[in-house]
Design a protein around this ligand. Structure first.
Ligand SMILES: NC(=O)c1ccc[n+]([C@@H]2O[C@H](COP(=O)([O-])OP(=O)(O)OC[C@H]3O[C@@H](n4cnc5c(N)ncnc54)[C@H](O)[C@@H]3O)[C@@H](O)[C@H]2O)c1
Ligand SMILES: [Zn+2]
Length: 353
């Protein structure tokens, strides 16, 4: 049994996300690859899932963010050429966000764009990076600074693969899941609150995870459909990410992305309260759920508020001289606010330490 989430994009291109048991997903994949040359890309931790999907002879990259480079993308293009991939061929990305972004980017540039199928294996990739068509590599000057929009042929999600994912990776990704609820869907937030205990169990409750994955994908798909190139509502997905990126960077990536986003949401909530937009009760409610999921909601002592503001001013998503924050107005609803005076931005960072 598979769940389907349709993603009808504005330009007329549409694809489906399928989620459920591995055997059924494998049946879905077969016709997409039939009579085409296929190159599967996986990393050293995700290559083990290839046989279950019927994928042969994968190209394996070392696991980790350090593989998300132009050099790796060039290596994949070279490998694609040596394997005889042509314009009708398909690249299959089997892995977390690193493999998805990198293989997606290679597919976007090889022969000016060939098909890509996303098979996300980390929770972050299942609920976030595999949906939306953004692909990228990192350059020494910054993360994701070179990339392309390249929509997949289909996205296939098996919660079974989560059993092998380290727990810290899973909990981190739950921050993005809470983000969808807190920023965009009040009922979903309630649902997460009710199921928090089961979500953090070491053994993955696959049926429960299937539900939260489908709900997260639907929310992201809806936003992406409305705003494919990020000029309007897609900004709301940035909830928790402005302070989040700053603390992530300043921690030298000791804080994971998800942990940083959790702190970022706590900071945005604090700011919303200061602005009289949100109540203390709702702030507490949001932070209680994050804590219950094992996520941090305070800024590490050693990080100075000044530094945080400085980094935020340089965020690529901010226009010069101001900081735009996505702030909650109600549980499940957010808005954008631009700050030219950074005093309050610093005060919030101060209060959260
Ligand atoms: N394209 C987008 O819209 C978008 C959105 C958010 C994040 N991203 C990108 O995604 C990346 C982060 O993604 P991530 O957290 O998945 O990182 P990742 O791909 O590095 O995966 C995290 C770790 O988990 C391992 N792993 C993945 N699935 C596994 C499984 N089923 N079993 C065992 N181990 C498994 C990986 O090998 C890796 O070591 C970043 O590069 C970020 O920039 C992209
Ligand atoms: Zn994120």
């Amino acid at each position: 049994m598979l769940e389907k989430i349709a993603v009808p994009l504005a330009g007329g291109y549409a694809y489906d996300i399928w989620a459920g048991d591995t055997a059924s997903l494998r049946e879905k994949l077969a016709p997409v690859l039939e009579n085409r040359r296929v190159m599967t890309v996986a990393d050293s931790n995700t290559v083990c899932y290839a046989p279950a999907m019927g994928l042969e002879d994968p190209v394996v990259i070392p696991a980790g963010e350090r593989s998300k480079t132009f050099t790796s993308a060039a290596m994949l293009c070279g490998e694609a050429a040596r394997r005889g991939l042509d314009r009708q061929s398909v690249i299959v990305a089997l892995g977390g966000g690193v493999v998805g972004d990198l293989a997606g980017f290679a597919a976007a540039i090889y022969m000016r764009g060939i098909r890509v199928v996303q098979i996300p294996t980390s929770l972050l990739a299942m609920v976030d990076s595999s949906v939306g068509g953004k692909t990228a590599v990192d350059i020494p000057e910054g993360k994701n600074l070179a990339g392309a929009f390249h929509q997949p042929q289909t996205v296939l999600i098996s919660p079974e693969f989560l059993q092998g994912l380290p727990v810290r990776e899973r909990l981190g990704a739950l921050a993005e899941v809470v983000k969808y609820g807190a920023a965009l869907d009040r009922d979903f937030f309630d649902f997460l609150e009710e199921n928090a205990e089961n979500l953090i169990k070491p053994e993955v409750d696959e049926a429960l995870y299937l539900q939260i994955i489908c709900r997260s994908c639907s929310i992201k798909a809806k936003i992406v459909t409305e705003d494919e190139k990020e000029s309007g509502v897609r900004k709301y997905l940035n909830y928790g990410h402005t302070y989040g990126h700053a603390v992530e960077l300043l921690s030298d990536f000791r804080l994971s992305h998800g942990e940083s986003v959790a702190i970022g949401m706590a900071a945005a909530a604090r700011m919303a309260c200061l602005q009289g937009m949100w109540s203390k009760a709702e702030e507490d409610r949001q932070n209680a759920l994050l804590r219950k999921l094992g996520l941090p909601v305070t800024i590490p002592q050693e990080m100075s508020a000044e530094k945080i503001v400085e980094v935020m001013m340089h965020d690529k998503k901010n226009s010069a001289g101001s900081i735009t924050l996505v702030l909650p107005v109600k549980m499940g609803e957010v808005t954008c606010r631009k700050f030219t005076d950074t005093d309050q931005v610093r005060q919030v960072a101060e209060e959260l330490r």
